[in-house]
Design a protein around this ligand. Structure first.
Ligand SMILES: CC(C)(COP(=O)(O)OP(=O)(O)OC[C@H]1O[C@@H](n2cnc3c(N)ncnc32)[C@H](O)[C@@H]1OP(=O)(O)O)[C@@H](O)C(=O)NCCC(=O)NCCS
Length: 251
């Protein structure tokens, strides 16, 4: 019996900090993942990748009642991964020292977490739409990096849900202001909002201090159920006995 049931209308999200590369989780990776893992020169990049992919395997294995090491992934035309022989919808993200995995049933999902850059960092402001830029320009200087990151994760979550990723210019999308509830307000060129996808639902995701996160779902409104991914990573082979780390809330 799986630990976590992802029911229709629910989106489960696990967040975790990067774990040590000596954690033994490497055994869960397949040959392709191991090649990517070993290609990273810096240990922190290896550990972030390992954490994300091990967590993804563990939570999908729980949801599908499978062996985590035997899940076979493939990628869509623009790189969105899927499980070859299951219809589960999922998305993963890694940034800084954080990872997040979102799993939904029946609705394509995208999750994005990004570390807020240093205040002096040069930000790629052309990804903002004209309407977003008007709001952004009014944000006090010390809050701009966080505001930009909030815009960015909302847009990227949508583009990861559709699977198009950065093949679509993020400036085409207009999302709500960082201090407003997450919402997709417009998509230049897709004003009719019917094709190629159903309604876009956006939710903010608390990814910890210094980070911003968002989850997008294509379809009806979803209940977001948060989990402690660290607990899953620490107990990779535990027997099915419920999930004490689960909490249910709009995040
Ligand atoms: C998807 C994308 C927005 C990720 O941006 P990012 O901020 O660098 O990375 P994140 O950590 O948030 O997400 C990375 C994960 O998204 C997933 N992903 C990759 N392509 C994706 C897509 N088109 N749609 C949704 N998810 C995708 C993968 O699981 C990836 O994890 P991995 O790199 O460890 O395998 C960006 O890589 C992109 O636009 N890719 C598609 C376009 C492209 O260049 N494709 C090349 C292959 S055709």
């Amino acid at each position: 019996m799986p630990d976590v049931r992802v029911r229709p209308g629910e989106c489960h999200v696990w967040t975790a900090r990067a774990v040590s590369v000596s954690s033994g989780l490497v055994a869960l990776l397949d040959a392709a993942e191991r090649r990517v893992y070993e290609s990273f020169l810096r240990e922190r990049d290896r550990s972030l990748y390992l954490t994300a992919h091990a967590l993804l395997r563990l939570v999908l294995a729980e949801a599908l009642d499978r062996d985590p090491a035997r899940l076979v992934f493939a990628a869509g035309p623009h790189g969105k991964p899927y499980v070859e022989d299951a219809s589960v919808e999922f998305s993963l993200t890694h940034s800084g020292e954080r990872v997040a995995v979102a799993v939904a049933s029946g609705a394509p999902v995208g999750v994005d977490v990004e570390r807020v850059p240093e205040p002096a960092a040069e930000l790629p402001l052309p990804v903002l739409s004209p309407a977003e830029r008007v709001v952004y320009d009014r944000v006090p200087e010390p809050e701009r990096a966080a505001a930009f990151t909030a815009y960015w994760v909302r847009k990227e979550a949508v583009l990861k849900a559709t699977g198009e990723g950065l093949r679509v210019d993020p400036a085409r999308l207009t999302v709500s202001a960082p201090d407003r509830p997450a919402e997709l307000l417009g998509w230049r060129g897709r004003e009719k909002a019917v094709q190629p996808h159903p309604p876009v639902r956006l939710y903010d995701l608390d990814a910890g201090e210094g980070y911003r996160g968002a989850v997008a779902l294509l379809g009806p409104a979803h209940r977001i159920v948060r989990h402690d991914g660290g607990g899953v990573l620490r107990r990779p082979r535990r027997a099915a006995d419920g999930d004490p780390g689960a909490s249910s809330a709009r995040c």
